[in-house]
Design a protein around this ligand. Structure first.
Ligand code: PEP
Ligand code: MN
Length: 293
């Protein structure tokens, strides 16, 4: 392993890769995240109505997604923007779960909401703006649900792993890391997808790593190609925004795929996933040269 990485990350002992612990699998219903499957989570940015969510849930399940995303509590850049349906949104998510069998991932923004969201969610999402909210991370230590920890938009990988360590130290080792793009000087995309974050994290940590191409790109036309890149560098899955009618979405419409676009993206991913499987057989971990711990 690159000695710099080793020195930098080994202090986060609960999440760092060791000879004894090279890979951890997070189990949700019958889904294994961080195992051999490439797990796709998909759905709208925000839960807007029952019909919007139910239609989306059916469409993404049919196309091969295993987890339904949808925010009931929305962190918005503007205080005037739609803030989410709250508990009503959670109840709609539960209905969609019952109808389709999809697991649910939804965002938690405050430690006060942890208990109520844990009643409805299979995976608790920590958004980019909350990655360093330690009161929230500590509260998630006892929530009994896996945590999807998104990288802060100005956070280094060391910062991300420190936050993962905080959740693990608080009693919850079930953490999934998510690269969702970071702020750079580039303005052509909403954020810059740090694709190298995937092999670095897979080298230094045993935790599963997924990619959010939607918030990285900010435009839907880039989402399929970034998803393919994620598959090839060894990500364990994706979280993707999909909406029945993106032009009418209450948030993140520009980056949301339509149902047919999502289906094509899933179909087009298949050869890349096969390539990843083949490469894994040659070298069990898709890691940088000399990357194995
Ligand atoms: C989201 O998933 O809709 C979201 C707000 O993501 P992020 O925290 O990465 O901006
Ligand atoms: Mn969004």
């Amino acid at each position: 392993m690159n000695p710099k990485w080793n020195g930098q990350f080994s202090c986060f002992d609960l999440v760092a890769k060791t000879a004894a612990r090279s890979r951890s699998v997070v189990r949700v219903l019958d889904i294994e995240i961080g195992g051999n499957d490439f797990v796709v989570m998909a759905g709208p940015c925000a839960v807007e109505s029952e019909s919007q969510l139910m239609h989306t849930a059916e469409a993404v399940a049919e196309a091969g997604a295993r987890v339904l995303r949808g925010g009931a509590y929305k962190p918005r850049s503007s205080p005037y923007a739609f803030q989410g349906l709250g508990v009503e949104g959670l109840k709609i998510l539960r209905k969609a779960r019952e109808a389709t069998g999809l697991a649910i991932v939804t965002e938690v923004m405050s430690e006060e909401d942890v208990d109520v969201i844990a009643e409805y969610a299979d995976i608790m999402q920590v958004g980019t703006r909350s990655m360093e909210n330690y009161a929230l991370l500590e509260a998630l230590g006892g929530c009994g649900r896996p945590v999807l920890l998104k990288r802060g938009m100005t956070a280094t990988l060391e910062d991300l792993l420190r936050s993962a360590q905080v959740i693990a130290m608080a009693g919850n080792p079930q953490v999934i890391l998510c690269e969702r793009g970071i702020r750079t000087f580039e303005t052509a995309t909403r954020n810059t997808l740090d694709i190298a974050a995937v092999p670095v994290l897979k080298t230094v940590s045993h935790l599963p790593v997924i990619v959010d191409p939607s918030h990285a790109a900010g435009v839907r036309c880039l989402v399929p190609v970034l998803s393919r890149a994620a598959a090839v560098v060894g990500a364990d899955g994706l979280i993707v925004e999909v909406h029945p009618c993106p032009e009418q979405a209450m948030s993140d419409g520009n980056q949301s795929l339509t149902f047919p676009e999502f289906r094509s993206m899933m179909d087009d991913l298949q050869p890349y996933l096969a390539l990843q499987q083949e490469a894994r057989q040659l070298s069990p971990e898709l890691l940088p040269i000399g990357g194995a711990a």
